[in-house]
Design a binder for this molecule. Structure first.
Ligand code: NAD
Ligand code: UGA
Length: 324
C-alpha cells in the first residue's frame, strides 16, 4: 500500500471529525506536518474524544476555523496537499431545515477552498465524496463511470462538491490536481453517533433500544476507518488525478447481519424498535474497487467482525470513567 510516500506538509479540513481525526493521526505517524483545521475544537464535547489522541504530537498544528469565512491563504501556505474532509454528513437530516448548512459547508466552503488552493497552486487536493452520489443501484457494484443519481439532498451536495473540485482542477492553467474519494459507509472507533454500527453496538452494550428504519434488509459496503485512511493518504501522491475513486470493500452486509454481529460481540440481545423507511435511504451499496487497486494500490485489510470488535472496545472504554 502506498502510505510510505506520505507528503511533507498538509492541511486536513474536518480534522476534529471521525475520519479526519484518524487521518491526522496516521499522517503524524508518517512524520507529516499537519495543519489540522476544524470549526470545532477540544471544548466541543463531541469533538474532544476525536482530538484527544492528537494533543502534543510533533507536527500537529490545530487551527479552529470555519471554512465558510476564515482566511484561507495562511492555512494553505506551503502545503503539498489538502485533504478536504470538512462538511456536514448524514443522509436523513438533509431533508430538513438544516439543508442550508449542507449547502454552506459542502458546496460554498468547497468553492472558497478550491478557489484559494488553485490560486496558491497547491499541487493536490483530496476531496471526501460519498457513495451516496450513485443513488439507487441495480445491486451490482458501482463503477466510477456509472451515471450518478443522488437520492437525497445530502447526496446532491456531495456530488456538487466533487464536481466543483474537479471543475477547478480543469481550469485553464490550473496547477492543482484533484482526487475525489467516494467513501462507502465508514465505521470504526469514534464513528459518528448518528450512524448505524455505532447505534447497534451502543444498543447492545447498554440495553437501550435500537431504531430500525425500514425492514433491515438494506445492505451497506461497510469500510473500516484505517482502510479508508490508507486510501486517502495514497490519493495525495497517486500520479493519475482529476478523477473520482471508490473507497469501499466490494462486499456488503445487511443491517440484520450487523445486529447479529453486535449481539454476538456483546453477548446481549438488542431491543429493536421498528420505524418507517427514511426518504433517500439506499437499499444497497457496493463499490467496484478496480480503480482503487490500480491507482492507489489499495485493498481493504480489516474484516467486519474485527473492525466492529475494535469499535466496541473503544466505545466501552469511553463509557467507563478513567481510573483515579
Ligand atoms: P464528521 O462530522 O465526523 O466530520 C466532519 C468535520 O467537519 C466535523 O468535525 C465538523 O466540525 C467539520 N466541519 C463542518 N463544516 C465545517 C466548516 N464550515 N469549517 C470547518 N470545519 C467544518 O464526519 P465524517 O463521518 O468524519 O465525514 C468526513 C467527510 O467524509 C464528510 O465530508 C462526509 O460527507 C464524508 N463521508 C463520510 C462517510 C462516512 O461513512 N463517515 C462516507 C462518505 C463520505
Ligand atoms: C453513511 C454516512 O452517514 C454518510 O455520511 C455517507 O455519505 C454515506 O454513508 C456514504 O456511504 O456515502 P448511510 O449509508 O445512511 O450514510 O449510513 P448510516 O447512517 O450508518 O445508515 C446505514 C443504514 O442504517 C441506513 O439504511 C439507515 O436507514 C439505517 N439506520 C441508521 C437505522 O436503521 N437506524 C439508525 O438509527 C441509523
Amino acid at each position: 500500500m502506498n502510505t510510505s510516500t506520505s507528503p511533507r506538509r498538509v492541511v486536513v479540513t474536518g480534522a476534529a471529525g471521525f475520519i479526519g481525526s484518524h487521518l491526522t493521526d496516521a499522517l503524524l505517524n508518517n512524520g507529516t506536518t499537519v495543519i489540522a483545521v476544524d470549526k470545532r475544537d477540544h471544548n466541543d464535547p463531541a469533538a474532544a474524544a476525536n482530538l484527544a489522541p492528537l494533543h502534543g504530537r510533533p507536527g500537529y498544528h490545530p487551527v479552529t476555523a470555519d471554512l465558510r469565512d476564515c482566511a484561507l491563504q495562511p492555512l494553505l501556505l506551503d502545503a503539498d496537499a489538502v485533504f478536504h474532509l470538512a462538511g456536514i454528513p448524514g443522509v436523513r437530516p438533509s431533508w430538513g431545515p438544516q439543508f442550508s448548512e449542507y449547502i454552506d459547508a459542502n458546496v460554498l466552503a468547497t468553492q472558497r477552498l478550491m478557489d484559494t488552493a488553485t490560486a496558491m497552486r497547491v499541487p493536490r487536493v483530496v476531496v471526501a465524496s460519498s457513495s451516496s452520489v450513485y443513488g439507487v443501484t441495480d445491486g451490482l457494484p458501482s463503477i466510477e463511470s456509472d451515471h450518478p443519481a443522488p437520492a437525497s439532498p445530502y447526496a446532491v451536495t456531495k456530488l456538487a462538491e466533487e464536481q466543483l473540485s474537479l471543475a477547478h482542477a480543469a481550469r485553464h492553467g490550473s496547477a492543482t490536481t484533484v482526487v475525489a474519494l467516494r467513501y462507502f459507509t465508514v465505521y470504526g472507533p469514534r464513528q459518528r453517533p448518528d450512524m448505524f454500527i455505532h447505534r447497534a453496538l451502543h444498543a447492545a452494550a447498554t440495553g437501550q433500544p435500537l431504531r430500525l428504519y425500514g425492514d433491515g434488509h438494506q445492505r451497506r459496503d461497510f469500510t473500516y476507518v484505517t482502510d479508508a485512511v490508507a486510501a486517502t493518504i495514497a490519493a495525495a501522491t497517486t500520479e493519475e488525478a482529476n478523477l473520482v475513486i471508490n473507497v469501499g470493500s466490494s462486499a456488503n452486509t445487511s443491517l440484520h447481519e450487523i445486529i447479529a454481529l453486535a449481539e454476538q460481540l456483546t453477548g446481549q440481545a438488542i431491543d429493536l424498535q421498528a420505524q418507517g423507511t427514511r426518504d433517500g435511504d439506499i437499499p444497497s451499496t457496493c463499490a467496484d474497487r478496480t480503480r482503487a487497486k490500480q491507482l492507489l494500490s489499495w485493498m481493504p485489510m480489516t474484516d467486519l467482525r474485527t473492525g466492529m470488535r475494535e469499535q466496541l472496545n473503544a466505545l466501552v472504554a469511553r463509557q467507563q470513567p478513567a481510573a483515579a
